[in-house]
Design a protein around this ligand. Structure first.
Ligand code: HEC
Ligand code: HEC
Length: 388
């Protein structure tokens, strides 16, 4: 089910195709569209192997003769209604409930003050509306918090793809010195010191000798995150066959999005999240958007040819998650769209075109997850204190 080579092909094609550097966009787009369509067809199941069941990933589509719907169906897929299954990590009610508790658990952090929800706020589109999360990031590698919503559909996690899936990803922030800063042992002992967690882990991982572990915490977090999907955006209803789900301006924006070539990178179920691309493919953007120091994928692979490649971000719920870019350096979505057109496509947009594209992007806001803040285990006389 996993076919990373497709992504690699897409990456290599984008990097090396000399037609990209000049103005021959139409050839490049035709070629890369089919390449990417192939990759993106697999996006929900691919890379991180996030979903297993095609049936779940494909909600009902009604027959349509609307040419725009048919064109859009070639490159995009609606968000499924039901949370996808994670391979080797089946969701049970108890496991999701535990993951939800851990997601809101500030005592996972060394200072007992930061939880996943601090930077990935459920009420703020799964992000934090802050350029660099709350100042907990060091100077190197300081990046904007991406949304966790629909991240289960991304082919890899993080801006530079350094975690292969949500489970692996969840281990990162807890021990990251600039995020939650907990030493590994701290997490397990912290949780074990709260007796209710021993019960919760035993319920979520029945039959295991030592259910309370960092590994299982990551598993529970991942199944909870997989439930944070946002179906039924106007654009999803349009894709499923309702031509009235988008207004005329949004339809004009969708047409531009496809015909100008945004879909070369932003496609599939997440309208992104299925490949890496160089930021500044055609023209380098302003250094405030792309500072020289953060080489993105290049810093992970050590290959200079990957410098300034980033995971193409999802555009789902994009209207809710300003500021934008991995630097969180632009607050205005209209400006972001213009930067994309010049930096990635070598094109200049008129003011009406920009407005249409922004209107289309607003149609990507889906039903937001409704989460009841969970009751967390109480600290008692034996519970460890926060680090000073
Ligand atoms: C201090 C803020 C902060 C905290 C706390 C935090 N994150 Fe993040 N998260 C970030 C930032 C910043 C990134 C992007 C880092 C990068 O790409 O280098 C990120 C990336 C992610 C991603 C990848 C999304 C994508 O599209 O690539 C997921 C998933 C995620 N975090 C989940 C979590 C979970 C689960 C927790 C709690 C265990 C957590 N985060 C705690 C700031 C935070
Ligand atoms: C060649 C690939 C490519 C093309 C074509 C492309 N993008 Fe992007 N897009 C990216 C990458 C990579 C990023 C992340 C940039 C960064 O490092 O912050 C991005 C970021 C964005 C963002 C900000 C997302 C966020 O969460 O911060 C928006 C909005 C966006 N693109 C819209 C568009 C639109 C609209 C078009 C067409 C006019 C377009 N893109 C064309 C690759 C592309």
């Amino acid at each position: 089910m996993t076919n990373p080579s497709l992504h690699v092909t897409g990456l290599a094609g984008l990097r090396r195709d000399p037609r990209l550097i000049v103005n021959g966009r139409s050839i490049f787009l035709a070629a890369s569209l089919c390449m990417l369509a192939a990759a993106c067809d697999r996006a929900p199941e691919a890379g991180n192997g996030s979903t297993e069941s095609a049936a779940v990933a494909a909600p009902e589509m009604s027959a349509s003769t609307d040419p725009l719907i048919l064109q859009a169906r070639e490159v995009f897929k609606p968000i499924p209604i039901k949370a996808p299954d994670l391979p080797g990590n089946p969701a049970t009610e108890d496991k999701v409930a535990l993951g939800e508790m851990l997601y809101f658990e500030p005592r996972l952090s060394a200072t007992h003050s930061i939880s996943c929800a601090t930077c990935h706020n459920i009420g703020l589109g799964g992000a934090d509306n802050s350029p660099m999360s709350a100042g907990f990031h060091g100077t190197r590698g300081a990046r904007n918090s991406p949304t966790v919503f629909n991240s289960v559909f991304n082919f890899v996690q993080f801006w530079d793809g350094r975690a292969k899936d949500l489970e692996e990803q969840a281990g990162g922030p807890m021990v990251n010195p600039v995020e939650m800063a907990s030493p590994k042992q701290h997490i397990a002992s912290q949780l074990a010191a709260l007796p209710q967690y021993r019960t919760e882990f035993a319920r979520a991982f029945p039959g295991e000798g030592a259910p309370l572990s960092l590994d299982n915490a990551q598993k529970a977090l991942a199944v909870f995150e997989a439930t944070l999907i946002t179906p039924n955006a106007p654009f999803d209803r349009f894709l499923r066959g309702d031509p009235a789900a988008l207004d005329a301006t949004q339809k004009a924006g969708l047409t531009l999005f496809m015909n100008k070539g945004c879909t070369a990178c932003h496609s599939g179920v997440n309208i992104g999240g299925s490949m890496y691309a160089k930021f500044g493919l055609v023209a380098a953007p302003d250094a405030k958007y792309l500072p020289a120091g953060d080489k993105g994928r290049g810093a992970i692979t050590g290959d200079a040819a990957d410098d300034y490649f980033f995971k193409v971000p999802t555009l789902r719920n994009i209207a809710l998650t300003a500021p934008y870019f991995h630097t969180g350096s632009e607050q205005d979505l209209a400006k972001v769209v213009n930067v994309m057109a010049t930096a990635q496509l070598g094109q200049t947009l008129s003011q009406p075109e920009t407005a249409q594209l922004v209107a289309f992007l607003a149609a990507l806001t889906g039903d937001q997850p409704r989460i009841v803040q969970p009751q967390l285990p109480t600290s008692d006389a034996n519970s460890p204190l926060p680090d000073k």
